[in-house]
Design a protein around this ligand. Sequence first.
Ligand SMILES: C[S@@+](CC[C@H](N)C(=O)[O-])C[C@H]1O[C@@H](n2cnc3c(N)ncnc32)[C@H](O)[C@@H]1O
Length: 247
Amino acid sequence: MRFYLVTIFPEVVEALDFSILKLARERGLLEIIPVNPRDFTNDRHRTVDDEPYGGGAGMVMKPEPLVAAIGEVRSRDPEVRVFLLSPRGGTFTQSMAQELASGPPVALVCGRYEGIDERVRDYVDGEISLGDFVMAGGELAAMVIVETVARLVPGVLGSRESLEEESFSRGLLEYPQYTRPPVFQGLEVPEVLRSGNHQEIARWRRYQQIKVTWERRPDLLAKADLAQEDRDLLVMVVRGKDPWKRP
Ligand SMILES: C[S@@+](CC[C@H](N)C(=O)[O-])C[C@H]1O[C@@H](n2cnc3c(N)ncnc32)[C@H](O)[C@@H]1O
């Protein structure tokens, strides 16, 4: 998977060199290429911003260096999909990450200051937001997107199974996870997980996924594709019936 980060802070790419990202880059599964809009300026100060037309606070990123940087990416990689990072974009989700991971190279354009000249939008394929909040720049959003997408690229994580069962992968949140010790400060690992009965463990985990999603994100549950067995478990959840709960 190849990413281009269009940013006036190309050093963020060096920061993306730890844990699975480092391994993925070493194995050639992930490539992150910085493209600095300042390299496409012609003045002594390498200016990328200017005052907003109509007045107002702050500076706006000029179109020429950004569009030239995007053009450079497109000429290197004609297949590339270019996204602007912006609070006005569609919210980044796991399904968007899955789609990006199985597609062509991605370029993420990081804004700074008060934002980007509106005309740059004509040169990109879409806009992505990380959520309903405003950051000082797009670089941290780009880092989040790169890490989320990279772990979905085949070969980056050891076990594909862990991806299939985790939160959002099938429309539900993940079930609770435990590791040793069996009792921590009086808090016990559920008995079923120590039973060795894999069928029962799978049923408990599905029940827990439905329960956690029902309690915390009923909006997800409404959209989830539930089998009849899941619906039966949901009825149990709603009625407060937990067959694994100790009396
Ligand atoms: C200070 S923000 C500009 C915010 C802009 N004035 C507005 O109100 O929408 C500077 C840059 O940070 C990035 N940014 C800020 N919040 C973001 C978010 N929630 N998702 C993605 N990028 C964001 C964008 O690239 C944006 O151009």
